[in-house]
Design a protein around this ligand. Sequence first.
Ligand code: ADP
Ligand code: MG
Length: 710
Amino acid sequence: MSELTLRDLAAIGVERLKGVGDKKLAGLREMGIETVLDLLSFYPRRWVDRSQECRVSDLRPGLESLVLVTVRSVDKRIGRNRRPIVEAVVGDGSGRCHVVFFNQPWRERQLRPELQVALWGKPELYRGALQLTNPVVDLIGDRTGRIVPIYPQSEKSGLNTWEIAGWVEDALRKCEPRGLADPVPTEVVARLGLSPRAIALHDIHLPETIADKERARRRLAFDELLRVQTVLVMRKRTIERESRGIRHEVGGELVGRLRAALPYPLTDAQQRVIAEIEADLAGPHPMHRLLQGDVGAGKTVVAVAAMLTAVQGGHQAALMAPTEVLAEQHSAGVRALLDGVTVPDPGNLFGDRPLRVELLTNRVTGSDRRDVLAGLADGTVDIAIGTHALIQETVAFHSLGVVVVDEQHRFGVEQRAALRAKGDGQLVPDVLVMTATPIPRTAAMTVYGDLDVSVLDELPPGRTPIVTRIAEGPLLAQGAWAAVRDEVTAGRQAYVVCPLIEESEKLEVASAQETYERLVHDELRDLRIALLHGRMPSAEKESVMSRFRAGDLDVLVATTVIEVGVDVPNATVMVIVDADRFGIAQLHQLRGRVGRAGHQSQCWLLTGEASEGAGVNPRLEALRDSTDGFHLAEVDLELRGEGTLMNTAQKGRNDLKLASLRRDRELVEQAREVAFALVDADPLLDRSPLLLDELRVVFDPQDEEFLFKS
Ligand code: ADP
Ligand code: MG
């Protein structure tokens, strides 16, 4: 019999395991475990090392320790402030100890007498006796062995970690006679010092030592990363192979005219990135590149240079933004940059014609819309700027050459594909994706692994760093309002950003309204102040924005509609209300709206009164201490884990269970390298049938169509 593949494991139901009857089966289903593959890739959450445990008699106040104990008694009562308190007495042969849980009433049900548990915590002296307060609790059951795996448990499934461990053991035993197939070339396994897959799969569940578990994790994490990278690299190569791009003519007059018209020299980073883009544009394959650059790094000029290259050769360019406000901002910004730039026009006696830039959003209607659509179709519109409206079916381009997507994590792979399809059907347009939320390199390799990456890692000169302050509670917030008044007196302007309410835009608008009313009547009385939110009629929004831009308003109170793109250099203060509701990336993005000219700028992060003992929110602290977007991105990944990053519309990446983009950077790079080597030597993976089959087991046919062809 041949060795077992993942497909084989996926074909065996868990009901075949010892002791799995209807009731247990339902519990397993509840946890998403239907097959032996599901079970074996349901990894322990922790591993308790019994050799590291200490005896109760060895516990010392203030010293974090792990004890393996039996529950003696459990009791629940209601403490002061009506908070439920669960108290337990636990012990081992050497002595007894008190355990207290605040606000965890369910512990009473969890900790039944006679149960074996591992407790991890820092004992303290309370009324002369040792006590553990809110320790980490792992139920051990009657498992023996030096290292005990602790599986994620859910109350709903009614399954214990030791039951799961038992089934895993049974499954592994049943796999043993046939062994497990290994899709990774032996040469790679040896070179990278990886454990054999069969051993890894055993040791992740039932290691002899913690070091064994670590080795197992590394191997299985590599496999996860290799699968993701192989799919990404194949997608990248498939696009390159199957699509013919336009060989743009670079170094033409137009980009030169743009450079000459700029009031500033390009930074070295801008020049380097423009060169990278031009190399792509000149090549036979369509460009598929990600441009990362911090807020204010000057991505717009780079995008415009790319678009002009298309226009130079008689093609069109499109810039797609995630919101209408942003599209309008871009349109204003791009027009300003291109003011006076003309296009060589062979059909014109005078040799030149004005460049035509048009906006297309759902707000452009009636005859305006018909005009723009006609211009796109006959090629008289050179540059189109808009929202999703640009990829609607009714929009046809004469000859779309370059597409810039200002993405902000809001467009997925599918939309990028839809845009590519807007070419003339034969030649695929070049695509540049811009993001102002820097993400760490290894994360970019995974989330945007089918793109090439350029980084604008230098801010234009003359920026003064923004001073960021955290103000807790209404009293300290007075400092922020005073700062706003001072700046306005000095002729500057301010933004006030209202609390983000993710659950409901309606609530968010109501709360913005409330903040606005309060400021108008109280803290910012006498200032020229206006409200801007997403539910306002477009014309009104535009009028508020243009008054603010023109300096006819002192303070703009806004919801996150101003998150990106708004560029008013005279604004020098930003106050963010309930800043702890926002994520790091978003706060950084918001803060980038100030500090755009030479003036000293400040950002105030307001939060509610801190509850006693709770330290300052680490996200806000990170923002206070750094204005470097790449550094903040690392901190963000550190604090949140990668879950959130991967979930941002990145389907098909949920295969990363053990691999961490944060901890396993080296492994990500190695997996990518191996993926490139494999795919470039053997584009359809004809010589790696095991790996190809594994990809088909793990990924969704809808997301990765090309994998399932033939
Ligand atoms: P991003 O989109 O990357 O956040 P923008 O393209 O909006 O940044 O540029 C931010 C500001 O910097 C704009 O006001 C722009 O005019 C200015 N800027 C861009 N490049 C340069 C440069 N090389 N030197 C000076 N100012 C620049
Ligand atoms: Mg921008």
